[in-house]
Design a protein around this ligand. Structure first.
Ligand SMILES: [Zn+2]
Ligand SMILES: [Zn+2]
Length: 215
């Protein structure tokens, strides 16, 4: 079974997923955490970088780590334009905390930048990462962004990016491109049944009926 190592990069997580000496890196964090992530990656053999979505806080070190590790980058094609400009997709929100998160995000989209990189692989629903040594199935989880994806690992653990969040409490994402799609994606995660859920923000929790718990 794949081992999941959570690498905390300030408020955002990267995940190193390793099985039998082969590994993939999921998300690359913000500037300032690149050396920390690289040090973890160098302990194993990373073969691929997967991005759960195109928001700055999840992809900012991609160009650096891609070059340092010499590996391809994979994401959903619907988020390719987002890595060039996070402002092309509206960031809507719910609740007071959502408003705060949306404001902080918008500020960072304005003042910060994503160093340029070109992804080689486009992932879609049902793709497997077995070629990279990892028993992960890709799930399309649109809503937070158009091209948000998750990774279902060994039917035991699921990495959901920002499709769900555990920023203040575990629940539905407080910021999104499309609320209806986000709720559908949360239902899709609930329907997986028994899983440990790993978020882009916050620590892991057991899977549950997200729709009722979070909105
Ligand atoms: Zn996000
Ligand atoms: Zn995020």
């Amino acid at each position: 079974m794949a081992e999941i190592k959570r690498i905390r990069c300030g408020s955002v997580n990267s995940y190193l997923i390793e099985e039998h000496g082969r590994a993939i890196l999921v998300d690359t964090g913000r500037n300032g955490s690149e050396e920390k992530i690289l040090a973890q990656c160098q302990k194993t053999k990373v073969e691929l970088i997967v991005l759960t979505h195109g928001h700055l806080d999840h992809v900012q070190n991609t160009a650096y780590l891609k070059k340092a590790l010499g590996v391809p980058v994979a994401l959903h094609k619907e988020d390719v334009n987002l890595i060039k400009d996070n402002f092309i997709e509206p960031l809507r929100y719910r609740g007071f905390l959502g408003m705060v998160v949306a404001e902080v995000s918008a500020k960072s989209f304005e003042t910060d930048r994503i160093p340029e990189f070109t992804p080689e692989i486009f992932l879609k629903e049902g793709d497997w990462l077995k070629d990279y040594g990892i028993n992960a199935r890709i799930m399309e989880l649109p809503g937070h962004t158009r091209g948000s994806i998750g990774l279902d690992l060994d039917e035991k653990n699921v990495i959901v990016g920002d499709a769900l969040m555990n920023m203040f409490y575990p629940g539905l994402s407080m910021v999104y491109w499309d609320r209806g799609e986000m709720v559908k994606s949360a239902d899709k995660i609930s329907a997986l049944g028994a899983r440990k859920v790993y978020f882009g923000h916050g620590g892991p929790v057991e899977n549950r009926a997200w729709n009722r718990a979070g909105i």
